[in-house]
Write a new protein. Structure first.
Lengths: 403, 325
């Protein structure tokens, strides 16, 4: 039989023990009570004994290792059947003694049961009219808490907040207060000698040129971080006018994605990202598409675009407009597309998204032609790589390849 | 630096600066202290200055008082506060009163270190917190170290104070890692604002400081407010000024302690707040403390008997909602 010796729990606060020294080697014969190792707890160095006779089968740790408590450090192959029989005999009487003990304890508890106190009833809370701080403030500004509570204007018990709000309501209309909160204006900026209306606050804001504070959403923060990272990238641009040699029946972005995805299949570096000092070239054409939604910018990623039909791509474009985008919806791209052509923008350049190798900025279509400015990450694509890629893309558009 | 290493360094440096500093206690010498606080000191300073004593707490403190009267600066270690009950007569009836009884002719520059609190399954007789006893004795100074920085500075200063100091440690903090600023001139009598906040003041000491800090993170998110956390550091004297500064700002106070609620140290803090800061309060003071039971051995019951970060979080949130936060 195998008997495992574990890292002992030597103190109440010990999580791990350090094996300082082995006193045995593998295949050594050991007797019950022999010291096999020294371990260090958070308190002191202690000896570890074996509680069974046998042969050391395996040492599971090296000197100097830190091992969690109760995890095995050595395996002892116990000698013979006899030894085990003996052990069993030793253990049996113990069990009997323990059972007897249990009985006695139970009886003792029953003696004391009668004197245990019954559950005390909870003391009901007094409904105080107001907190000390609220009362103090009310006194200062001459406010009658009780009558206000009777009118239902402030809650019972009243707190400081209720008194202060009541006081402010004397001098500001609710709309005025809302503006003050929105613009985070210090209330002490106003002399409390008249009632201020929304107009008054608006004038105050204009006079003092106070900005409206609009906290950044987590998406905005992520976009800013992404843009900052992109600034570090060495980039170059290619400016092209592309001619369309086919009739447009779907959304133009769908055509662009489809042709781009197919051409990307012939240019591995457009499917690459730079990570851990290597180029990681992905098999699929996964393309991030800039998307304006609820005043925010998202880069939604269409996966395996090369396998999708124009119909499917158009469906996808519709879907991402309405659905709530998850983290997965915005990951895994190697190339980006931004289309401002629909807003009659002639040409613009875009900033590379996250780890993408490049981005294409699409301008407005005029007489079957549109301008596109490509931005490439020079660390991933060289001028020649980019030129060959753009050349093929251009040809594909002219010939109506893949559509 | 680990908490126990910070304590060790404080004693080591004190012993190096001043030859009259000696340490004594059960297993402090050859064994290095039951929590390794005096590790290495026996080898460095020898048996004359690092003294292993018999298991007799009354005599440890009694001998230390004698040393102190005779001009030494003894640092006595009691293995846990639970055993310090055996030394109470020497601490309360002698150490704390000699300066007064001798008309100021005798000083007792004694430090008695002792760890306490609920560790892991040490059962009822080894899990108590007796700061409430010591903090009620005139003539004693009581420090409670919740982190390595305070442990280092406060223990070193305690050793050089001319009055008896009860230096409380917590058994679960010995392996706590923390930075120690050796250039800091720390006032051990001053409470520390661990974290600033505007809406609720949370007052704590020893291990509950750490647990409260964990709770505060969740409370702030859940209620969209900020909490101020105060580590009392010195339990006697109590630094009411730091508490007052905070409550005047937040108007609300919570006290978190591990000890049983009835007669716990939090009761004293609560009473002082009600006496001195009543008109500042915008909510009843909340006390979060251990249950009024002997600490159970069973781990689940043990945790049920004391505050945990989750319980602190839940209690403060429901109290805050009831009281207009």
């Amino acid at each position: 039989m195998e008997y495992k010796i574990v890292m002992p729990v030597l103190s109440d606060t010990m999580d791990k023990g350090k094996l300082i020294k082995w006193h045995v080697k593998e295949n050594d014969r050991v007797k019950k009570g022999d010291v096999i190792a020294e371990v260090e707890s958070d308190k002191a160095i202690m000896e570890v004994q074996t509680f069974k006779d046998g042969v050391v089968k395996k040492l599971l740790a090296k000197e100097g290792d830190e091992i969690e408590v109760k995890k095995p450090i050595a395996i002892i192959e116990t000698d013979t059947k006899e030894a085990e029989n003996k052990k069993e005999q030793e253990e049996k009487p113990k069990e009997r003694v323990q059972k007897n003990n249990l009985k006695e304890t139970k009886e003792e508890i029953s003696i004391f049961e009668d004197i245990l106190p019954a559950n005390k009833p909870k003391i009901a809370k007094t409904k105080a009219a107001a907190s000390p701080a609220a009362k103090k403030e009310a006194l200062k500004i001459n406010l009658d808490i009780e009558s206000l509570q009777k009118e239902g204007k402030i809650p019972t018990p009243a707190h400081l907040k209720d008194i202060k709000e009541t006081e402010l309501k004397k001098y500001f209309t609710p709309k005025a207060l809302k503006l003050i909160k929105e613009y985070q204006i210090d209330i002490n900026s106003f002399k409390l000698n008249k009632k201020y209306k929304e107009e008054d606050i608006k004038n105050f804001i204009k006079e003092n040129n106070i900005p409206k504070i609009s906290p950044l959403s987590s998406n905005q923060k992520a976009v800013i971080q992404n843009l900052k990272n992109s600034l570090q990238k060495p980039i170059f641009h290619i400016y092209e006018t592309i001619e369309i040699g086919f009739d447009i029946k779907f959304k133009f972005t769908a055509y662009f994605l489809k042709i781009l995805a197919k051409v990307m299949q012939n240019h591995p570096k457009t499917r690459a990202v730079l990570k851990q000092n290597s180029l990681q070239i992905y098999p699929s054409s996964n393309i991030s598409v800039a998307l304006a939604k609820d005043n925010e910018l998202y880069m939604a990623v269409i996966k395996k675009a090369e396998d999708k039909s124009l119909n499917q791509i158009e469906e996808w474009l519709k879907e991402i407009k309405t659905k709530k985008l998850s983290k997965e919806d915005m990951e895994g791209s190697t190339f980006g597309v931004s289309n401002l052509g629909m807003f009659k923008i002639e040409a613009f350049d875009a900033i590379i998204n996250k780890d993408d190798s490049a981005i294409a900025a699409i301008g407005e279509i005029k007489e079957n032609r549109f301008k596109t400015i490509f931005t490439f990450d020079h660390r991933i694509l060289n001028g020649k790589d980019a030129a060959l890629f753009v050349k093929e893309l251009k040809e594909a558009f002219l010939e109506g390849r893949y559509v | 630096m680990l908490y126990r290493e910070a304590l060790n360094k404080a004693i080591d440096e004190a012993m190096e600066i001043d030859k009259s500093v000696v340490i004594l206690g059960e297993d402090v010498g050859r064994y290095g202290g039951s929590y390794r606080v005096s590790e290495g000191l026996f080898a460095k300073y020898g048996k004359e200055r690092v003294i292993d004593t018999p298991i007799a707490e009354l005599s440890i403190v009694g001998n230390a008082i004698g040393m102190a009267i005779a001009g030494l600066r003894p640092v006595a270690e009691i293995m846990t506060v639970n055993f310090s009950l055996l030394a109470l007569d020497q601490i309360i009836n002698h150490a704390s009163k000699f300066r007064y009884m001798s008309g100021g002719k005798l000083a007792i520059p004694l430090t008695v270190r002792m760890p306490g609190g609920v560790s892991r399954q040490l059962a009822a007789q080894h899990s108590e917190s007796y700061e409430t006893i010591y903090a009620s004795i005139p003539g004693l100074i009581v420090f409670a170290a919740s982190n390595p920085n305070y442990a280092y500075h406060a223990l070193k200063k305690a050793i050089f104070l001319n009055d008896p100091v009860i230096f409380l440690e917590h058994e679960l903090l010995y392996n706590e890692e923390g930075e120690v600023d050796f250039n800091e001139d720390l006032d051990p009598f001053k409470a520390k604002v661990v974290k600033e906040g505007e809406d609720i003041t949370v007052i704590s000491y020893l291990k509950m400081v750490k647990d409260s800090l964990k709770a505060i993170e969740k409370i702030e998110k859940s209620l969209n407010i900020t909490c101020e956390l105060i580590d009392l550091n010195s339990l006697r004297p109590l630094d009411m000024q730091t508490i007052a500064n905070s409550i005047k700002k937040t108007k609300r106070a919570v006290i978190v302690e591990e000890d049983h609620k009835s007669g716990g140290y939090g009761a004293e803090v609560c009473a002082r707040i009600c006496e001195e800061l009543f008109y500042e309060l915008d909510a009843p003071v909340l006390r979060i403390a251990g249950e009024d039971v002997p600490i159970p051995y069973n781990r689940k019951l043990e945790l049920a008997s004391i505050p945990t970060p989750d319980k602190i979080t839940a209690k403060i949130i429901s109290w805050a909602k009831e009281n207009g936060v």
